[in-house]
Design a protein around this ligand. Structure first.
Ligand SMILES: [Zn+2]
Length: 67
């Protein structure tokens, strides 16, 4: 059960967050954006999470190619 409503940690976004991700990873992917972190986690809205997931998926595909 969600305790409280979180908002996206990307500066200027302000959308409701759907997921939280590790700050270090988010910094790698959302470069040039100012991020608000909560205990080394960044909350992301649907739109920013999609961007994040697309980038991490690319990593995973590269790993698979390396097999
Ligand atoms: Zn956002």
């Amino acid at each position: 059960m969600p305790e409280k409503k979180e908002v996206c940690g990307v500066a200027g976004c302000g959308q409701d967050a759907v997921r939280s991700v590790a700050l270090d990873k988010a910094k790698d992917i959302l470069t040039g954006k100012s991020l608000t972190a909560d205990f080394r986690r960044v909350h992301l809205c649907r739109e920013h999470y999609r961007t994040f997931r697309k980038a991490t998926k690319k990593d995973r595909e590269l790993e698979r190619l390396g097999w």
